[in-house]
Design a protein around this ligand. Structure first.
Ligand code: NAP
Length: 257
């Protein structure tokens, strides 16, 4: 018997087996949650299909989170298959490479808009889309992924830090707005992990080394550990927690000097 038997969830943001979304999804599925996965564009379909095909009862749907029609189609399909939703994992982010690499002051208007659309506004749109299915489940739990660069200026994180600040504020406003419907909204602020998205950050290898040297636990976080924290926040174990940004970073964020 799994702790999440009979529960259903949707996962946005699996690109490959190193994705944070995949680490969390595996923990959810191991506890019995039935999952829907989305992929962005045909390029990634094969990868994600290969991973998810072994997961009993899972479904796979296309969704570019900037496209409202695709979001509607995803929830229509999930509604038909699952009939309700208990959990939503948002593990999606993007900023144009030149805007990440340039001096922050040179950030383009279009890059700023796109980064905020994909990395922050999508949480609002995806949560709104899930609401009718959450209602059928008597409530829901939403989880997003963020990084310390939302709070402090981190070299190389630039535009993504500003988009993450918007994402974190959106977590709090959604939590305040949707709490009366028993919908909880939280985020994990993860320490650096070597993924596809992380490779877009200039100096990422140095960032990993620095975190491991300075963090109280003197190491970097493992994907499995983010998976465990995700399971906690998306399950009833965290039933009184909402609007929270929970650090899963080996303690790095508590260090001043
Ligand atoms: P990842 O495996 O590359 O996942 C990022 C996902 O976002 C990919 O599946 C990507 O698909 C998707 N995405 C981008 N634009 C999209 C769009 N328009 N529509 C739908 N999906 C889109 O990297 P990850 O590190 O696991 O990232 C997951 C989350 O964790 C992100 O929010 C990231 O900022 C956050 N995070 C990461 C770290 C870290 O160190 N890795 C630390 C803290 C927080 P495509 O590949 O097709 O673009």
């Amino acid at each position: 018997m799994g702790m999440l038997d009979g529960k259903t969830g949707i996962v946005f943001g699996v690109a490959n087996k190193r994705s944070i979304a995949w680490a969390i999804a595996q923990r959810l599925a191991n506890e019995g949650m039935r999952l829907a996965f989305t992929y962005q564009g045909e390029r990634l379909k094969e990868n994600v299909a290969e991973l998810t095909s072994a997961m009993a009862g899972s479904i796979l749907l296309p969704c570019d989170v900037t496209n409202d029609a695709e979001i509607d189609a995803v929830y229509a399909a999930v509604g038909q298959e699952f009939g309700k939703l208990d959990a939503l994992l948002h593990s999606v982010a993007f900023a144009p490479k030149e805007d990440l690499e340039n001096d922050f002051v040179k950030t383009s208007r279009d890059g700023f808009k796109l980064a905020h659309d994909i990395s922050a506004y999508s949480l609002v749109a995806l949560t709104r889309g899930a609401m009718p299915l959450f209602e059928k489940a008597g409530g829901g739990s939403v989880l997003a992924l963020t990084y310390y660069g939302a709070e402090k200026a981190v070299e190389g994180y630039n535009l993504m830090g500003v988009a993450k600040a918007s994402l974190e504020a959106s977590v709090r406003y959604l939590a305040a707005n949707l709490g009366p419907q028993n919908i909880r909204v939280n985020a994990i602020s993860a320490g650096p992990v070597n993924t596809l998205a992380a490779r877009g950050i200039k100096g990422f290898t140095g960032m990993l080394k620095h975190h491991a040297e300075r963090a109280p636990l003197r190491r970097n976080v493992e994907l499995e550990e983010i998976g465990s924290a995700g399971l906690f926040l998306l399950s009833g174990m965290s039933s009184a927690i909402t609007g929270e940004i929970m650090f899963v970073d080996c303690g790095y964020n508590v260090i001043g000097l």
